[in-house]
Design a protein around this ligand. Structure first.
Ligand code: SF4
Ligand code: SF4
Length: 450
């Protein structure tokens, strides 16, 4: 029997959408120009699955005309958060802010609670991703499972046929954990090669540190080649983007404050990230901490200092790469949503690729269309994510490229999975790793000083 009397009124938390600045809520003029760019609308042709439909729902809640329901929460989680609608919108609707507040409202009101969902969220968002040491511990366990041959044994044994299809699919998507994490690959201070021009901090990320620590090492090498002293702080934290995109606003604020304390923006010319999803979030700490008088000003400085690696390299000028004595290789470029739509960075990654002498860039059709990774979207909305991945792989195949480059760990993993599934035999790599390899090759062929 419940302890709560049946006629009692359960206090609801204040509505986040009602608390938003109304100028954000009422910006949409219903023109529909965003509709053709929205992957979920494209898939269903349902107005409620479009940016305009979702914004109407949010506005109705903000106006007090609609109570948030489970269907509303499910709609917010069907949205990829890819922000293609923001690029298309002539009215400058801040969909990113609306979307994050709408998901936070869904979580505050526990609109789609279930014991299983709570358990997963408590373990991942509220525990695992709050400390890098916990993530590294989990990464080491997974690495043991992979290197001791248990994963291969389980896959061969056929035991996976006995588990539900969804679990089988998740198992197949498990990324390979790197043998060494960033702290073992990158010194805490890396001096510039030659004359020092800048002093920067390098963010090594959370999942990025476990799965793509080699990309972090490559980023440090490229920065050093380009005249940067690099500080890589130990014990770094998750930037909080995963939390903000999944309705955990308070935890995202906590992580933002801790980041600013750990990497004081006043001490660096730039704070570098190589993960598009993180960069898009890291540049908005001032919005996240707008009501925090102790941090707001520093958060504004932080936002100004955060640079995506491609953006920073083009800003300071890419050091020329020596031409190798090798045949050209074709590369195509997939634009991570949070780089092209979230940060409006489209030309710079192409400039990085074009700076590598033996690479021939072949444009990818629909390069800005989401690949279905979208944070953890491929885990919670597998059907839609698979549809998008198949579309992306079809376009990659059409280019005939030998390499696919993309600047976000989620996209790298998603496209790697798609390429493996189709046995494409194509390399999937971060653009910065290609540049680092080119510098390394150039060093090997440099004439030695007599
Ligand atoms: S964020 Fe992406 S999926 Fe969501 S409404 Fe905008 S375009 Fe559609
Ligand atoms: S979000 Fe922008 S593009 Fe889409 S309907 Fe509203 S005003 Fe038009």
């Amino acid at each position: 029997m419940s302890d709560v009397p049946s006629n009692s009124i359960v206090a609801q938390p204040p509505s986040r959408l009602q608390g938003l600045d109304y100028s954000v809520v009422q910006q949409c003029m219903h023109c529909g120009l965003c509709l053709p760019t929205c992957p979920t609308y494209d898939a269903t042709k349902e107005e409620r699955n479009s940016p305009r439909g979702r914004i109407s729902l949010m506005r109705a809640i903000a106006d007090g005309r609609l109570e948030p329901t489970k269907a509303f929460a499910e709609e917010m989680y069907f949205c990829l958060g890819c922000l293609a609608c923001m690029t298309a919108c002539p009215a400058g609707v801040n969909y990113a802010e609306l979307f994050e507040q709408a998901r936070a409202e869904a979580e505050d009101r526990r609109l789609i609670e279930s014991p299983r969902r709570s358990l997963i969220r408590n373990f991942t968002l509220r525990w695992l991703f709050m400390k890098q040491s916990r993530l590294q511990w989990a990464g080491r366990m997974l690495r043991l499972y992979q290197t001791l041959g248990l994963q291969a044994l389980i896959r061969r044994s056929g035991v996976l046929k006995l588990v539900p299809k969804r679990l089988r699919e998740l198992e197949a998507m498990t990324p390979t954990v790197q043998a060494k994490f960033s702290e073992q690959l990158i010194p805490s201070i890396t001096p510039a090669v030659g004359t020092r021009r800048y002093r920067v901090a390098l963010l090594t990320g959370c999942a990025q540190d476990l799965i793509f620590s080699d990309v972090n090492r490559d980023t440090a090498e490229v920065l050093a080649e380009n005249g940067c002293d690099i500080v890589t702080p130990r014990g770094q934290l998750c930037c909080g983007s995963l939390h903000a995109h999944n309705g955990e606003w308070t935890l995202a604020q906590q992580l933002a404050r801790r980041q600013i304390d750990q990497i004081p923006p006043e001490q660096f010319d730039a704070i570098i990230t190589n993960a598009a999803g993180c960069g898009s979030h890291l540049k908005h700490y001032a919005t996240l901490l707008k009501d925090d008088s102790a941090y707001h000003q520093r958060a504004e400085l932080w936002d100004a200092k955060v640079k995506d690696i491609h953006e920073w390299l083009v800003e300071i000028g890419i050091k020329p790469v020596p031409a190798p004595d090798r045949p050209p290789v074709s590369v195509t470029y997939h634009e991570a949503c949070h780089l092209c739509h979230g940060q409006k960075i489209t030309a710079q990654p192409r400039e990085v690729l074009k700076a590598i002498p033996n690479l021939k860039l072949v444009e990818l059709p629909e390069s800005t269309w989401c690949c279905g990774s979208a944070g953890i979207y491929n885990l919670i909305q597998p059907e839609m994510a698979t549809e998008l991945l198949e579309r992306k792989i079809k376009h990659i195949k059409s280019t005939g490229a030998q390499i696919v480059a993309t600047g976000n760990p989620g996209c790298l993993l998603q496209i790697m999975n798609g390429a493996n599934h189709e046995s494409l035999g194509i390399r999937v790599v971060h653009p910065i790793s290609l540049l680092a390899e080119a510098y390394r090759a150039g060093r090997l062929t440099e004439p030695s000083v007599p």
